[in-house]
Every structure is written in structure tokens, then in C-alpha cells.
Design a protein around this ligand. Sequence first.
Ligand SMILES: NC(=O)c1ccc[n+]([C@@H]2O[C@H](COP(=O)([O-])OP(=O)(O)OC[C@H]3O[C@@H](n4cnc5c(N)ncnc54)[C@H](O)[C@@H]3O)[C@@H](O)[C@H]2O)c1
Length: 260
Amino acid sequence: MQLKDKTIIVTGGASGIGAALCRRFTAEGPAGIVVADTNFEGARAVAAEIDRAIAVRCDVSDPASIAECINTATEQLGPVDLYVSNAGIFDGGDPLEASLDAWSAQWDVNVMAHVHAIRTLLPTMLERGSGYFVITASMAGILSSPGNAVYATTKHAAVGLAEWMSITYHARGVRTSCLAPLGVRTPMLEALGDPEDEGFASLVGEAKRPEDVADMVVHAIGDERCLITTDAQAEDWMRRKAADHERWLSGMRRSAVTLG
Ligand SMILES: NC(=O)c1ccc[n+]([C@@H]2O[C@H](COP(=O)([O-])OP(=O)(O)OC[C@H]3O[C@@H](n4cnc5c(N)ncnc54)[C@H](O)[C@@H]3O)[C@@H](O)[C@H]2O)c1
């Protein structure tokens, strides 16, 4: 999809990857961008930097809030062409320690938020015969997340949903991409560890800049490519997993450490 004259929503747009995406999309000449976040002040600051952008307070764990955000976008900018379901949270840990509240919160934000957006937008996209979802998952959804069962499980669900959407609706004009970064220098990653630390880097690779990830996303949308990886190291680990699952698991067991 070409983004010129398109209406775009980015959730989690106030910070990190979402903010970088908003800034990068503007260079493509869209009709407008909705910067959606629970952090309204942050969303307003990002929207103020770029052309044709509006900030919306949106809590993606609440289906009514997502519907309201989509209504605002449609009324002020036109039907939504691209919905980037990017807001995410990292919490939890070992299943014996993580609270059920942590499971529930991450299930809502990292999985159900995508489902609510799809349920709201897909009927109109199918009528129009075009539309695009980008679901931000993670390499944790393909290669696991040592130390955090909650994040790994919810991100696997996000990858599964994105693939399912691509398989099922591609032929009817609705595209889905799944963004699966390894490590990106954002407040989320920096709260977990120092990207310069060798032990941390062995898990998250050489952390990318959010601007570079945003550039990769724009190219992948242009090519209508489903899986967006950001890291050659992660691609190598994916190949190892596919080639010999048991051997890959042995390697993961050796490198497993508890984050956070
Ligand atoms: N940074 C990384 O290394 C990395 C790696 C893989 C995947 N990801 C994923 O990328 C996405 C963006 O993360 P980031 O690294 O930019 O983090 P970030 O913490 O910088 O930004 C996340 C944004 O999401 C917003 N948010 C959180 N809960 C929300 C909710 N309920 N409703 C609306 N907005 C909400 C936050 O306010 C924040 O602005 C997440 O889905 C994350 O899981 C990040």
C-alpha cells in the first residue's frame, strides 16, 4: 500500500516505535495520522511535531475507547486505511510468580486490542476492498522471551492472529503485517536493561533505533510483506529453530536468564 492520502491510526504513538512510525509516515504524505495513546500529553507532543496529525486519548484495553478513536479518525480524516496496533506492555515473569492481573492486563493490551480493532474496522475495509493492519508483536512471539512467560505467550498470540488475518483476508484486499522486532532502543527496552551490556545484548541483539525500525515498516507496507523482522541475528535464530527445534530449545535453555 502506498501511504499518500491515506488515513492512519497508530496506537502507542506517544513513545518509542509508535512515535517513530508517526514521524516517518508523515513523509509519505498521508491524509492524516491519529496519534493514539493513554499518555495524552505524549501523544499531543508527537502530533504537534508533524503535519496533519491529531492526538487522541485511547486505552486499547477498552474496546469502547478503540471504537471512539476510530470514529474520531473517520469523522475528522476519512475512513481508516491503515491501523497500526502497536501499543504494548511488558510485565510478568515466571508463571509461578506473575499475578493473574499481569496475565489479564497483557492479554488485553498485547492481544485483545488487535482483535477489537479488527472487529471494528474489518467490515468497512471489506466493503471498500482495501485496508491494512500492522500488528506489533515481537521476536518474543516467534523465539520466546527468556524469563517472561506472559510476554512470550501474548506475543505468540499476536503473531498467530496477524498470520491468520493475512492468510484469510489478503485475497479480499485487506493486508496484515506483523512487526516482530528483537531489541529497539525505547523506554520499554531501557527499563529492562542496558542495551550496551553484553549479557543483555546476547538476548536482544544490537538494539535498533526506532527511526530505523519505522523505515523498515514503511518499506514492508509498500511491498505488502507480512512478517517484518528487524534483525539479521533474529532471522538466523528463526532459521535454527525451523531446522532443528529440539536443538534450538537446548540453546535457549542455556541462555535463559530472568529479565527485570
Ligand atoms: N522496544 C523493544 O525492544 C521491542 C521489541 C519487540 C517488540 N516491541 C513492541 O513494540 C511496541 C511498542 O513498544 P515500545 O518499545 O515503543 O515501548 P514504549 O513503552 O516506548 O511505548 C509504548 C507506548 O504504548 C502506550 N500504551 C501502553 N498501554 C497502552 C494502552 N492500554 N492503550 C494505549 N496506549 C498504551 C504507552 O503509553 C507508550 O506510549 C510494543 O507492542 C512492544 O511490545 C518492543
